[in-house]
Design a protein around this ligand. Structure first.
Ligand SMILES: N[C@@H](CCC(=O)N[C@@H](CS)C(=O)NCC(=O)O)C(=O)O
Length: 223
């Protein structure tokens, strides 16, 4: 029987039509170095960008910036001048930018064919459904205290997967940085039913939202 939180994550993903659950048929050049994204889970503008990342099958180091977060929020203010999310850094082209639509267009041009998935071309309906999906579960909104890992963790999962969302929420409120390796159907990486977390700091690999949640609590604290 699915847990309540998995059920509500599923409803939240359904509100967005499970957007972020497949990779584009045709992709553009692959970046030599992972992109970097400053964002937080419950932000609908960030969600749109994360869907695009899944669509383009891009590796991204995510720096979670929940409200009240002290680790990475100040970095965005230092780099770009204001606390606004999402904020993308592309070390391959020395590009840094705010604004979800500009980021999505940039990614489409640079690493895709210039096309956006239908789910990101619905005008106000895109924002409204992303907002409903994001706000249905506020679990990734506010920062909690946690230990800081030396190296980013590594997450395999994808935007439209409810179980992956639960893991992202856990990582987000703890401000734990992670390399996201999207593995939606059509990805260059094997698609797995359960999200997978690898922690290079401890050498431990865990699969499944509940186990990952327990691991993160035991290892880095927070709740
Ligand atoms: N037009 C911007 C809006 C971004 C935005 O308003 N983001 C909100 C979060 S959903 C934000 O940064 N709020 C300030 C904060 O969280 O401190 C975009 O499309 O990226």
């Amino acid at each position: 029987m699915p847990s309540l939180r998995l059920l509500s994550a599923t409803i939240a993903s359904a509100a967005r039509g499970f957007a972020g659950s497949k990779v584009a048929d045709k992709l553009g050049p692959r970046p030599a170095r992972p992109l970097e994204l400053y964002e937080f889970e419950a932000c609908p503008f960030c969600r749109k960008v994360r869907e695009m990342i899944t669509w383009l099958d891009l590796e991204v180091v995510v720096y979670p910036c929940p409200k009240g977060g002290k680790r990475y929020r100040p970095q965005v203010v230092d780099r770009g001048g204001k606390a606004q999310f999402p904020y993308l850094v592309d070390p391959n082209t020395n590009t840094e930018m705010y604004e979800s639509d500009a980021i999505i267009a940039y990614l489409a041009q640079q690493y895709g064919t210039g096309q956006l998935p239908t789910s990101l071309r619905l005008g106000p309906a895109t924002f409204v459904s992303a907002a409903i999906s994001s706000w249905l579960r506020p679990a990734g909104t506010f920062a909690v205290d946690s230990g800081l890992p030396e190296q980013p963790l590594v997450l395999r999962g994808y935007e439209g997967s409810p179980a992956s969302r639960l893991v992202r929420e856990d990582l987000c409120r703890r401000e734990l940085p992670y390399l996201l390796q999207p593995n939606a159907p059509g990805s260059s990486r094997p698609t797995t039913a359960k999200p997978q977390l690898r922690d290079p700091n401890t050498g431990i690999e865990v699969a499944g939202a509940d186990r990952i949640s327990a691991y993160l609590g035991e290892t880095y604290g927070g709740h």
